[in-house]
Ligand binder design. Structure first.
Ligand code: DOR
Ligand code: ZN
Length: 365
């Protein structure tokens, strides 16, 4: 453990507790895909989380409320028939394009089931080619979102090929996010899956009213730094976007997650791809964390000596941001050492589950 991890740990009394009860958490950023893959992966999310913000980057993307309605029905149909997942609620999003109309924003708001619009700068990540080429094309749509309090969920990376891939989030803050927030001061914004100290500081220190600015943090970015991808061989299952950064950035993310600051909340960004597309000369970006997501977060919080901060991060701050009621259901984690299975029960699809490289110390009951 390095000195910052130690100082984080020292600031919390180690509890030695063996059972942890939490209000049922929600996942404020997840990819559940479609078709056979949806049926395979959805039960994993539904088993742990009461609700989840569903990413719209299907192929073709979910750009209209009507498409979101039918995708929502397919997700509801993929819920497990029994157990805690039966009541899982998908919270839908639309995929922003250069020509989404303000009328679509109004339809989304009237639907009651669309909770945000996702900005993928064109070319940033999986199925982002139909994304936004320039935010100047979206001004009237963003105005409608601002008026209707519909949050903009942002993949915060620039695509300029001259910018180093490890710097793309930081450059995005200066070139895109700050000007956007200045031009649309009443727009609700979630800076998704932040990966850098700069993003933590930007969100923490921004002059924003409660409920106007938030950031999601993944379990995999809390647990690993960029060495995981490259040391001892190239490890495609640790490749995601935004890519893991240096250790100093991971530590900043841990500090933010355990800080109790309500602008930081849980979003797994679990992103399953078939094994053959991960273990490939041009492998897809995405870590498939859904099967053990809550346990991975518990691991990260426990390592920082901050388990008592997990419930706010996992179960309260996201619902407060989205203006939804906090869960009244509960989940229980038990302290026990266990090893993640080699792969998930994914039929012929063979989706490989993210493993943090060591045993886990908490298990969902
Ligand atoms: O690693 C990622 N995978 N990052 C994203 O932004 C998209 C996601 C996916 O859909 O595969
Ligand atoms: Zn994502």
């Amino acid at each position: 453990m390095n000195s910052l991890d130690q100082s984080i740990k020292a600031s919390f009394s180690s509890s030695g507790m063996s059972v942890l009860n939490l209000a049922r958490p929600d996942d404020w950023h997840v990819h559940v895909r479609d078709g056979a893959l949806l049926e395979t992966v959805l039960p994993h999310t539904a088993r742990q989380f009461g609700r989840a913000i569903i990413m719209p980057n299907l192929n073709p993307p979910v750009t209209t409320t009507a498409q979101a309605a039918s995708y929502r029905q397919r997700i509801l149909a993929a819920r497990p028939a029994q157990g805690p997942g039966v009541a899982f609620e998908p919270l839908m999003t639309l995929y922003l394009t250069d020509n989404m109309s303000p009328d679509e924003v109004r339809r989304a708001c009237e639907s009651g089931f669309v909770h945000g619009v996702k900005l993928y700068p064109a070319g940033t990540t999986t199925n982002s080619n139909a994304g936004v080429t320039d935010l100047r094309h979206c001004v009237v749509t963003l105005e409608a979102m601002q008026q209707n309090s519909l949050p903009l969920l942002i993949h915060g990376e620039v695509t300029d090929p001259s910018i180093d891939v490890f710097d793309r989030e930081e450059v995005f803050i200066d070139q895109v996010l700050e000007p956007l927030r200045r031009d649309f001061p009443a727009l609700k914004v979630v800076f998704e899956h932040i990966t850098t100290r700069s993003a933590v500081e930007y969100v923490r220190d921004a002059d924003a009213e409660p409920g106007m600015l938030g950031a999601t943090i993944t379990a995999h970015h809390l647990l690993l730094n960029r060495n995981a991808i490259l040391v001892g061989g190239i490890r495609p299952h640790y490749y995601c976007l935004p890519v893991f950064k240096r250790e100093t950035h991971r530590l900043a993310l841990v500090e933010a997650a355990i800080s109790g600051h309500p602008r930081f909340f849980l979003g797994t960004d679990s992103a399953p791809h078939p094994q053959s597309l991960k273990e490939n000369p041009c492998g897809c970006a995405g870590c498939y964390t859904a099967p053990h997501a809550l346990e991975l977060y518990a691991q990260a919080f426990d390592k920082a000596g901050a388990l008592r901060r997990l419930e706010g991060f996992a179960s309260f701050y996201g619902s407060d941001f989205y203006g939804l009621p906090r869960s009244t259901d509960t989940v229980t984690l038990e302290r026990t050492s266990w090893v993640l299975p080699e792969d998930v029960d994914a039929d012929s699809l063979g989706v490989v589950v993210f493993k943090p490289g060591k045993d886990l110390s908490w298990k969902l009951r």
